[in-house]
Design a protein around this ligand. Structure first.
Ligand code: APR
Length: 313
């Protein structure tokens, strides 16, 4: 029976634990390797009692990542009220740089899904590390933006009073503030919101992470919805690896179609990661303006990641 090895770096955290549980219950996963700086033996022992075939173990970093098909990275510190995703940069950049160096060594063919914020900068860090190790394949490195899509679907469904499972809103750009660009004009089913409603809905989607940070009042940022979104994305990566056709997810990747060198767009996923980048597609005037406003922010975020790796002493 075909099955994949999935490694989670940061497996004991607020995202890592529910994500590990969802992966333990995913029938495509035959081996689940958990890595964290703390508590992994307990998390692994606990999950190992769940009655699925998936083998689960705590491992040191090299063993955990070795020959993994999919590596999911929620390692790092989360936001507190008043912090932006960029405020996390220094701590999290170091954490992910080390993980990427290990992945370049022992899992150069893995599909790597980055959750650690600021995603806009952390994905370029992983790519720069891979370039230095001569292992860079832009089709294999993803910033997980699925929570932006999940939130868009939920909020639009609420407004239309329909089942969110029936809604699909593509979201392009990046994964922070005004770089998050929901394409409400391309939502299915089609929606006819007024201009004011579109502006309000777009703002709510862009600030949804902060809604959770404030509600948690110091206890961190989104964990359960983020774990759900990452599990959905990892499942799509594995559907692509299995050769399923027309698996499409939006994700933040190295790209030449957005006006910045990394950009989230809808991607067709396949056996080597990105099979086809579907690009920005048709945008209305409001969405074009949103893209224009996002590009300079993205360029700055990307440069911070690139500089972090290349000026590292
Ligand atoms: N290697 C492996 N794991 C690490 C490392 C490291 N170098 N450094 C920290 N960790 C682990 C921590 O031990 C902790 O278990 O990462 C986990 C992070 O968990 P939380 O602090 O609960 O944070 P969480 O809410 O899960 O968010 C993690 O995802 O969405 C982003 O902004 C969020 O960057 C943050 C990350």
């Amino acid at each position: 029976e075909e099955g994949f090895k999935v490694a989670i770096a940061g497996a004991s955290g607020g995202i890592g634990q529910p994500l590990s549980m969802l992966m333990k219950m995913n029938p495509f996963v035959k081996e689940l390797s958990l890595f964290d700086l703390q508590h992994t033996p307990g998390v692994a022992a606990d999950l190992s009692h769940i009655e699925t075939l998936c083998k689960v173990g705590p491992d040191q970093i090299y063993k955990a990542l070795k020959d993994a098909n999919v590596i999911i990275v929620p390692a790092g510190v989360p936001r507190k009220p008043g912090m932006t995703r960029d405020d996390l940069f220094n701590v999290n950049a170091n954490i992910v740089k080390e993980l990427a160096e290990a992945a370049a060594e022992v899992a150069p063919k893995a599909l790597i899904a980055i959750i650690t914020n600021p995603v806009n900068s952390v994905v370029p860090i992983v790519c720069e590390v891979m370039k230095k190790a001569d292992k860079f394949d832009p089709k294999r490195i993803f910033g997980v933006t699925t929570l932006d899509i999940v939130r868009s679907n939920t909020f639009v469904a609420e407004a239309l009073k329909i089942n969110p499972k029936e809604v699909n809103v593509p979201v392009i750009g990046g994964h922070a503030g005004n770089t998050i660009i929901p394409l409400l004009s391309r939502s299915t089913p089609r929606v006819s919101f007024s201009d004011e409603q579109i502006i309000a809905m777009t703002k709510r989607i862009q600030n949804a992470g902060t809604e959770v940070v404030e509600a948690k009042a110091g206890a961190g940022s989104a964990t359960l919805s983020m774990a759900y979104a990452a599990a959905r994305f990892a499942n799509s990566l594995m559907r692509g690896l299995r050769g399923e056709q027309n698996v499409i997810e939006c994700s933040y990747v190295a790209s030449d179609c957005g006006g910045a060198s990394y950009f989230a767009t809808p991607l067709v996923l396949g056996k080597d990661g990105v099979k086809e980048n579907l690009g920005l597609g048709e945008l209305n005037d409001f969405e074009k303006k949103e893209v224009e406003a996002a590009i300079p922010v993205l360029i700055e975020n990307i440069q911070a990641g690139v500089d972090f790796v290349n000026n590292f002493k």
